[in-house]
Design a protein around this ligand. Structure first.
Ligand code: SF4
Ligand code: SF4
Length: 486
């Protein structure tokens, strides 16, 4: 927080650390969710974006106002600002006088000494917020940072005990053999040893807990290879949580796993899509129990919710549930194989229910930051140029030994799609949200427009909701950091 001559700029203190369970946190600048350092979904973080605030002397250096920045109005005349030059996605809240100073900064390049003294004093906090930048700063925020996290989706089995109507996995096929896993992982850890970076294995399926012993075996194999190569290794499990016993949860906690639970709403909304086909009953009760048991063990936990036409009306209840249990969560918009698709949510209806969910969140603001992975593929915790890491630092290993750049492409032709840079997408290149959005899932763009370079068909929803995310975080900063001022 900066309070210079009564002019206020509020911003969360910057702290960077490793999260629980070895989870790498690009930024812990906000109190983390009690259960997870970062929200996760079926995808992977983007390959760029780590970095540090550019160091410079704001007393002498030639500067300019950052463009583009996005803003959102807050109560009391405050304004939330988010700049792509703030490498950790921190939202700054400016009081009306600070906003005025920012707007009155000269157009183009200026020297700090040319400004009135009172304005000069605000340059340093504005630089920290990414609102003023060195005159020579590149328009694209290419931050220098640590080597990337290499993420690998490991399909242990395509089999599943559920039959979710939107699932793209062909349930027939073998269990991943230890020999195939060994050959693949040996080259993964070898590459990480040579080039640097961490290895993150996301064990998935099908339903990976159906082959629990194989999960244990391959995790141990990976841990041994990581030790041998002296490479940091993090395991994660994406599960429908119907087979997570207390003993299994204890093991996951001991082994440092993070847990992603697929859940498609609360009560009947979840049960409607996630029922046990043979027993003919829903699974919400079991999943809820597993989530609460995971929380009791302090497992890093993220809830992954696929939003379809079937459950879009339950979004407010789901958001309230996630906040009540204290879990990070991600709302994945359904990515069908063709567009339009009968299960894809109607865009207007989706927008309306998401706005209602935002209304609920504003009225029940949690003390921790929640905006980072809340809305589909958008990541607000660091500016980036790709919607995801597919084909860059993210690959999927199928149970048959096939490799693709994304699990949705396992066994398909064109399995090596790489997410394009957002500046290369004609509809996205000048969008003010491009460095947090990335332009959406390339596989969906291909399905919808026949071109991975097309903007996401969900673009109108993103554009309507992104300002709400900045406002939400601005309100939280006002409430938490601002409380210190009162
Ligand atoms: S998909 Fe839409 S919101 Fe996202 S970067 Fe492209 S134009 Fe902007
Ligand atoms: S291509 Fe789409 S589904 Fe695959 S990792 Fe990227 S965003 Fe996710």
């Amino acid at each position: 927080m900066t309070n210079i001559s009564g002019v206020l700029i509020l911003q969360q203190r910057l702290e960077i650390s490793k999260g629980k369970g070895g989870a790498l946190s690009q930024c812990d600048c906000a109190p983390p969710s009690p259960s997870a350092r970062w929200p996760q979904c079926d995808c992977a973080c983007t390959p760029a974006g780590e970095g540090a605030v550019l160091a410079l002397d704001t007393a002498t250096h030639a500067l300019r106002r950052a463009e583009p920045v996005v803003t959102a109005g807050l109560p009391g005349g405050y304004t939330a600002f988010l700049s792509p030059y703030e490498p950790f996605g921190r939202v700054a809240v400016l009081d009306p006088r600070a906003v005025q100073v920012w707007h009155r900064l000269p157009q183009g390049t200026f020297r700090p000494q040319d400004l009135p003294a009172a304005h000069r004093d605000l340059l340093e906090p504005m630089r920290m917020a990414g609102l003023v930048v060195p005159a020579e700063a590149r328009p694209a925020p290419l931050w220098q940072g640590p080597p990337p996290v290499r993420t690998y989706w490991v399909e242990l089995t395509p089999a599943c005990n559920l039959r979710c109507p939107y699932c793209y996995v062909d349930k027939q096929g073998p269990v991943l053999s230890v020999e195939v896993a060994r050959a693949f992982l040996a080259s993964v850890f070898q590459q990480a040893r040579q080039e640097g970076g961490e290895v993150y294995l996301k064990f998935a399926g099908g339903e990976p807990t159906l082959v629990w012993e194989r999960l244990v075996e391959i995790h141990r194999l990976a841990a041994a290879l990581a030790r041998e190569a002296n490479v940091p290794y993090r395991p994660g499990l994406l599960t429908n949580a119907t087979r997570l016993t207390p003993e299994r949860l204890d093991w996951l906690a001991r082994e440092g796993f993070s847990l992603m639970v697929s859940i498609d709403g609360v009560g009947a909304f979840h049960d409607h899509t996630r029922a046990l086909p043979l027993q003919g009953r829903g699974t919400f009760e079991q999943v809820d129990a597993a989530i609460r048991q995971a929380r009791a063990r302090d497992l890093p936990l993220s809830l992954s919710h696929t939003v379809t036409r079937l459950n879009v009306a339950g979004l407010v209840d789901f958001v309230a549930y996630a906040v009540e249990v204290g879990a990070a969560f991600n709302l994945n918009f359904y990515r069908p194989p063709q567009w339009p698709h009968p299960l894809a949510p109607d865009l207007e209806e989706l927008t309306e229910h998401l706005h209602r969910a935002m209304d609920w969140l504003e009225a029940h603001l949690p003390p921790y930051r929640i905006i980072d992975g809340l809305l589909d593929r958008a990541r607000f915790d660091y500016p980036h140029q790709h919607a995801c890491a597919a084909g860059h630092t993210y690959f999927a290993l199928g149970a048959r030994g096939q490799v693709a750049s994304c699990p949705m492409l396992l066994g398909r032709e064109g399995a090596s799609v790489a997410a394009p840079r957002v500046e290369e997408k004609p509809d996205c290149a000048s969008c003010p949200w491009r460095y947090w959005c990335g332009g959406g899932c390339p596989v969906l763009a291909q399905a919808a427009a026949g071109d991975i370079g097309a903007a996401s068909p969900y673009c109108p929803v993103y554009r309507s909701l992104y300002p709400r995310l900045v406002r939400l975080e601005g309100l939280r900063v006002l409430q938490t950091v601002g409380a210190a001022v009162a």
